[in-house]
Design a binder for this molecule. Sequence first.
Ligand code: NAD
Length: 489
Amino acid sequence: MDLGENTLTALPVPGPTYSRRDIGVGIVHFGVGGFHRAHQAMYVDRLLERGARNWGICGVGVMPGDRRMRHALAAQDGLYTLILRHPDGKWEPRVIGSIVDYRYAPEDPEAVIELIAAPTTRIVSLTVTEGGYNIRHDTGEFDVDAPAVRRDVEHPDAPATVFGLVTAALGRRRERGLPSPTIMSCDNIEGNGTVARRAFTSFAALVDPGLADWMREHTRFPNSMVDRITPVTTGDIAPELDARFGVRDRWPVVAEPFTSWVLEDDFSCGRPAFDEAGVQLVDDVAPYELMKLRLLNASHQALAYFAHLCGYRYVHEAAQDPLFAGFLLEYMDTEATPTLRPVPGIDLAQYKRTLIERFANPEIRDTVARLCAESSDRIPKWLLPVARENLATGGSVRLAAAVVASWARYAEGTDEAGEPIEVVDRLAGTLGPLARSQRENPTAFLENRSVFGDLVDEPRFVDAYRWALDSLHRDGARATLEALRSKVG
Ligand code: NAD
C-alpha cells in the first residue's frame, strides 16, 4: 500500500492517531535528512500523539540535494516510516506524522522567510551538518569570506543560505514587534547552541548590526546533546519494508533503537513539553555533550579509517572484531574519559560498554564510508579537543595521534591493496596532495594549520603521530592496531 494521508488508517504499521490537518507549524527545521527524521521529528510525533497541536514541523531544504527529499515527502503528504532495527533482526516500524509541511527554499525563499517571520513559528531548528555553521577551524570564527555568505550579504532580499533566510525573517519579526524564535541546533558540535549563536549573529552583523544586537539580546540558542545512530537509507530498505509490512515508502529511515536528547531549557518563545516525549531538559548540557562527542563520535572516527584500511565496509564488522573493540575501549578509558566532567545520572562504564554493543549491531549496517565522510569537519570537533586537553594536562595522546595518522593514511586515496579510496571531504582538494607527500615529509598533513592548529608544534603528539604513520606505511593498519594495543601507554 502506498504511504499517504488517505491510506494512513488502513496501513499495516502503527502511525499517527492524531488528526494531522489540525496540526499547526510551530517549528521550522533546516536540514531534513536521516537524523532529523529519526530523532527530533520522532520526539515531536510523540508530543502530537499526546495532544500537542501547534508544534508541527515544516522542513526546509536549501541545498540542491534537498530537492529529492521535497519530492519524496510531497508524494506521501510528509509521512515516512521510521524503522528501528534491533540486533536480533526485528524491525519496529512506525509512520511519523510530525513533518506537516516542506519547503525547498531555492524555489521560493520569500515563502520561507515569511514562514519563519510568522508569529506561530516559535522554534527554528537545524541539522545542517557540522560544516553547515561555516566556522573556520583555525580561528573558531564565522567565515565571512565564504562565497555563499558573501553572496547572501550582497543579496539580503533573496538569500540562499540558512543564515540569510533566518536573518531576513528575524529582521521582519523585530520590525513587527514579534518575539524572536529560539534557534535550536541539533548537530553534533560541542556547544552547538553557542556555535549557532556565533554563526547567526556574525552573519546578521554583516547585514544589519542593529539586528545582530537584537538577536544577542532576544534570541535563545540552547545547547543540546543528540544521540541516535542513523545510517544512510540504502536502496534495499524500501523494497524490504514493502515485502515485510506491505508499506510502499519512497524514503523510509532506519535507526538503532537507542535514542537520547539532552536539551538546555532555554527558549525565547515557548517550547512544547519536550520532557513528556522523553527529552531530558537540563540547565547545563555541557557534561552530557562532552561525554557523547568524545566517547561516541570520536570513537566513530577512531574506528573509521583503520576499519576502511583493514577492508571493513560496515561499522558492525569492525566493532565485532576484538582488536577494534579493545582499541576503542582503551581510547575511551585512557584518553577520552579523563577529559570528561562528572555526568549526573550516567554510569560511564556502562555507557562505554553499551557503545561498543551499539556499534556492533549488525542490523544498523552503518557504513564505514559515512563515518569517513567530511573528516575535516569531524576530527577537529570531536577528537582534537581531547588530544589538546591531554597535552595540556600531561595525559596520553598516543591513540588520538594514531587516529589522526590513520586519517592521514586514508586521505592518500589508495588502500593497502592499491585500490582507490573515494575521499568525500570538502577539503579533499588540499588534503589529498598533502597526504600523498607524506612519505617524503611525514608531517605534511599535520602541518595544515587551518585544520590542526598548532598540534604540529607539540613534540609529544608529533612523535606518536609519526610512529603511527610510519607503522601504517610499513606494516599496515591491522599490525599498527596490534602494536598500539601491546604498547605501554
Ligand atoms: P543527511 O545527509 O541525511 O542530512 C543532512 C541535511 O543537512 C541535508 O538536508 C542537507 O541538505 C543539509 N545540509 C548540509 N549542509 C548544509 C548547509 N551548509 N546548509 C544547510 N543545509 C545543509 O545527514 P544526517 O544523517 O541527517 O545528519 C545530519 C547531522 O545530524 C549530522 O551532521 C550530525 O551533526 C547530526 N547527527 C547525525 C547522526 C546520525 O547518526 N546520522 C546522529 C547524531 C547527530
